[in-house]
Design a protein around this ligand. Structure first.
Ligand SMILES: Cc1cc2nc3c(=O)[nH]c(=O)nc-3n(C[C@H](O)[C@H](O)[C@H](O)COP(=O)(O)OP(=O)(O)OC[C@H]3O[C@@H](n4cnc5c(N)ncnc54)[C@H](O)[C@@H]3O)c2cc1C
Length: 455
C-alpha cells in the first residue's frame, strides 16, 4: 500500500494523528521503533500509546478544569485516546486514570482494525525529504532522528534538557508587596517597542531574615531523585536547580537569580529614599505569555517535589497565595522552539511537508500531546482533501494550546507547557470565583460549531 501520510512515532500523539487520518480513509504508514529492536529509556513495552509514568490523564472535570475541558473537546472530535481511556478507566475520584496495558491494547486494536493504516515496527533515522509527514517522536526521540531534526532546525533550536521553572498566575500575586520594575530601569526602549512600559519584571522583596529562612527551606525541602538514566546528564549553566545553587553557599543565590541590585522597592519608600530601597534579596518573575496572565519565576528551575514547591515558594513575600499554572522540574526532553520554527498549522516553515505533533512541539503531558497529535491529524486530513483548514477558536482549550505553541508563547524562553486557563483570552469582567466556569462555558459554546467544520 503506498501511503499518503507518513507518521513517525506511535506514542500518544502519533496514535491519535493516525486515527484521525485513517478513519477518514486516508492511507497512513505509522512507523514505531519499539517492537523493531529499539526502545527508549522510559518505555517498558512495545505497545502503542504507552503511558511511561503516571496512569492518569489528570482531572476529568470539564466545568472548572482546563485539562478536563481538553478531554471534553477531544471527545467532541471523536478522539481515539479518549475512547480507549473510557474503556480502560479505573476508579480515581474526579481524575481520569486508566489501566495502562488495557489502554495501550485498545489503542493498538483500534488502529490495526483500520484498513488504510499500515503499522511498521521500524526506526526512522532522518526527516523524509518529501511526502506529507507527521513527526511525533516525543521527548525521548531516538538520537539519530534528533540529529536530523537538529540539522534541519538549527542546533540551538532543539533542547535536549528540560529545565522548568514554576509559572504563577498573575492575578494570584500580591502587588501590595511585590512591584513592577526592571533592574536599573534598563531596557526601557526595548520594552516600549514590545508594548511594555519599561517595568517588565514583577519583583518580590526579602529582608535578610526572610532570605536566610528561605534558603534553609530550599535546602531542607524534599527533592525528586534523578532517574538512573538522567544521572550522567550534566546541569547546563543556565538550568542549575535553585536548591543546588543554594547549597553552594549562603550568598550564591544573592549573586544569582535573587540578586537585588538596581531594584528600588517603592513600597519601602521613605523621605530619605523617596524611590525606595534595594531589598536584601529579590525573586523576579517574567511575563511568560502574550496575554500577560502567566509569569515564570526567573532562575527557579527545581527538583523539589511538587507539594514542597507550593509550600516553600508561598513563603516568598508577595507569593503567599500564589496559584501555579505549572510547577518546576528537570528531565531530559527533546522539543522544538515551535513559536519560531513552526507555522500556525504545525508545519516546519523551512520544510512545510513536515508537521510536528505531541510533546516535541513543546506541549507537556499525555493529554496535551494527544490533543496536538489530533490537531496535526485533522490539519493533514484537510490538506489531503484539499479543504481549507480553520483553526479551533482561541477561546477553546484546543485553540488556546495551539496558539501558544505556534506563536503566542515568548519564543526566547519557550518551555514545555500544560494546558491551563492562563492561555485563554482573559475574562476580566467575570468575578474570579466564577471565572473557571465562565472559561469552560465559553469554550463549550464555541467548540461544537468548529467541530461541525471538520469533514
Ligand atoms: C520520564 C518521563 C516521565 C513522564 N511522566 C509523565 C506523566 O506522569 N504524566 C504525563 O502526562 N506526562 C508524562 N511525561 C510526558 C509524556 O512522555 C508525554 O506527555 C507523552 O508521552 C508525549 O507523547 P508523544 O506522543 O509526544 O511522545 P511519546 O508518547 O513518547 O511517543 C513517541 C513515540 O515515538 C517513538 N520513537 C521515538 N523516536 C523514534 C524514531 N526515530 N523512529 C520511530 N519511532 C520513534 C517512541 O518509541 C514512542 O513510542 C513523562 C515523560 C518522561 C520522559
Amino acid at each position: 500500500m503506498t501511503h499518503q501520510v507518513h507518521i513517525i512515532g506511535g506514542g500518544m500523539a502519533g496514535s491519535e494523528a493516525a486515527w484521525q487520518l485513517a478513519r477518514r480513509g486516508i492511507r497512513v504508514r505509522l512507523s514505531e521503533m519499539r517492537g523493531g529492536g529499539d526502545t527508549t529509556a522510559a518505555h517498558n513495552s512495545d505497545g502503542l500509546a504507552e503511558l511511561v509514568c503516571s496512569n492518569s490523564f489528570r482531572s476529568d472535570d470539564d466545568e472548572k478544569n482546563a485539562v478536563g475541558l481538553l478531554h471534553y473537546e477531544m471527545r467532541q472530535c471523536d478522539s481515539l485516546l479518549m475512547a480507549a481511556a473510557a474503556k480502560a478507566r479505573v476508579p480515581a475520584g474526579s481524575a481520569l486514570a486508566v489501566d495502562r496495558d488495557v489502554f495501550s491494547a485498545e489503542v493498538e486494536a483500534a488502529l490495526r482494525a483500520q484498513p488504510t493504516l499500515e503499522l511498521v515496527r521500524e526506526r526512522v533515522d532522518a526527516l523524509p525529504s518529501e511526502g506529507l509527514t507527521i513527526v511525533a517522536t516525543g521527548p525521548l526521540t531516538a538520537p539519530t532522528l534528533a540529529n536530523s531534526i537538529g540539522s534541519a532546525t538549527g542546533a540551538d533550536s532543539l533542547a535536549f534538557f528540560d529545565a522548568i521553572a514554576p509559572i504563577v498566575y498573575r492575578d494570584s500575586i500580591n502587588m501590595d508587596v511585590a512591584w513592577m520594575a526592571s533592574r536599573w530601569d534598563k531596557g526601557a526602549e526595548a520594552s516600549l517597542a514590545m508594548g511594555g512600559d519599561g517595568r517588565d519584571y514583577i519583583n518580590c522583596p526579602m529582608n535578610k531574615e526572610q532570605y536566610l529562612a528561605f534558603r534553609e527551606e530550599l535546602l531542607a525541602g524534599e527533592k525528586t531523585e534523578f532517574k538512573e538514566w538522567e544521572a550522567d546528564t550534566p546541569y547546563f549553566d543556565g538550568c542549575m536547580p535553585v536548591e543546588v545553587m543554594a547549597a553552594r553557599g549562603v550568598e550564591t543565590l544573592r549573586f544569582g537569580p535573587m540578586k537585588p541590585v538596581g531594584l528600588d522597592n517603592p513600597h519601602w519608600a521613605t523621605d530619605e529614599h523617596p524611590n525606595g530601597r534595594w531589598p536584601y534579596a529579590v525573586v523576579q518573575l517574567r511575563q511568560d505569555n502574550k496575554l500577560g496572565t502567566l509569569w515564570n519565576m526567573v532562575g527557579f528551575q527545581t527538583k523539589l517535589k511538587h507539594a514542597e514547591q507550593v509550600r516553600v515558594f508561598r513563603t516568598i513575600p508577595g507569593l503567599e497565595n500564589a496559584e501555579f499554572a505549572r510547577l518546576g522540574g528537570l528531565h531530559r526532553n527533546t522539543f522544538l522552539n515551535s513559536p519560531t520554527l513552526l507555522d500556525r498549522q504545525l508545519r516546519l516553515k523551512s520544510a512545510p511537508h513536515i508537521r510536528f505533533a505531541g510533546q516535541i512541539t513543546g506541549c507537556e503531558g499525555y493529554v496535551e500531546s494527544g490533543s496536538v497529535g489530533m490537531l496535526a491529524g485533522l490539519m493533514t486530513a484537510a490538506q489531503v482533501a484539499g479543504r481549507e483548514w480553520s483553526p479551533p477558536p482561541r477561546t477553546t482549550a484546543l485553540g488556546a494550546l495551539l496558539a501558544h505553541i505556534t506563536g503566542d508563547a515568548e519564543a526566547e524562553n519557550y518551555q514545555p507547557m500544560n494546558v491551563n486557563f492562563g492561555l485563554f483570552p482573559p475574562l476580566h469582567d467575570v468575578k474570579k470565583k466564577a471565572r473557571k466556569e465562565a472559561y469552560t462555558e465559553r469554550a463549550k459554546a464555541e467548540i461544537s460549531g468548529w467541530v461541525s467544520t471538520l469533514a
